[in-house]
Design a binder for this molecule. Structure first.
Ligand SMILES: C[S@@+](CC[C@H](N)C(=O)[O-])C[C@H]1O[C@@H](n2cnc3c(N)ncnc32)[C@H](O)[C@@H]1O
Length: 219
């Protein structure tokens, strides 16, 4: 709940624009949308659930043909998400107000970094609960291991960020393993590179990329 006020304020100020979603790295944002668009073009007609959807800019820009549900803690964000065609509901990612096994593809982009360390497992368990067996779970977040992000932050290039809540890719993979979510792909993003790996991660990628995307399948 501590982020609700901030995002209500950003929605009131910046409405449906990329600024309201608080992106500091627009290049990575565009790259992530394009990549998800390609990935999801194989899943036409499936139910997609975007958790922490913000003003809907993200899921409305990967060009998915089908129903996209969006959930956010901020009511004001949802006004703009609805205007972009998302079916919206207000709720907390730690207690998703829908029944289990209701969704084919669950996505959370740029949201888990607002959780406390101990809340990550609760949130992933919720994503797991609402997704059908065999469905996809996609988590995109800031890279807590990134030396580049820390340097840019010190240089004042990026907003100051509490690194205790920027998770490492290993944190996310470990929690997925515990829930029997089979991690099929990890994609690292920086303004200059995109690296995709199945599971063997290299130190350089972990240290240099600003954000990452973990793609898993619920077994
Ligand atoms: C950085 S924005 C990302 C928006 C969008 N997913 C995107 O990638 O453009 C983070 C969003 O997560 C929402 N949020 C933060 N904590 C949340 C929670 N516990 N449950 C649901 N939404 C949350 C915020 O209100 C905000 O709209």
């Amino acid at each position: 709940m501590r982020w609700k006020k901030r995002y209500d304020g950003l929605a009131e100020k910046y409405e449906g624009s990329i600024k309201a979603n608080d992106y500091t790295d627009k290049t990575s944002c565009r790259a992530i949308c394009q990549l998800l668009g390609r990935m999801l073009s194989n899943y036409r007609g499936k139910r997609i659930f975007d958790i922490g959807c913000g003003n809907g800019l993200f899921s409305s820009s990967f060009g998915y043909e089908g129903l996209v549900y969006g959930m956010d803690i901020s009511y004001y964000m949802l006004i703009y998400a609805k205007a972009k065609g998302l079916e919206c509901l207000q709720g907390n990612a730690l207690e998703i107000p829908i029944k289990k096994n209701a969704i084919d593809i669950t996505i959370s982009s740029g949201m888990v970094q607002y959780l406390r360390q101990k809340e990550l497992s609760i949130c992933l368990k919720e994503l797991w609960r609402v997704t059908i067996r065999g469905g996809l779970i996609i988590v995109i977040t800031l890279n807590g291991d990134s030396i580049l992000r820390k340097l840019l932050s010190l240089a004042g290039k990026y907003v100051k960020f509490n690194f205790e809540t920027a998770f490492s890719v290993d944190d996310v993979i470990m929690q997925c393993d515990a829930l029997d979510i089979e991690v099929t792909e990890v994609i690292f993003f920086s303004p200059l590179w995109i690296w995709s790996r199945t599971r063997k991660l290299r130190m350089l990628e972990k240290l240099m990329c600003l954000s990452f995307c973990v793609v898993g399948r619920k077994n």
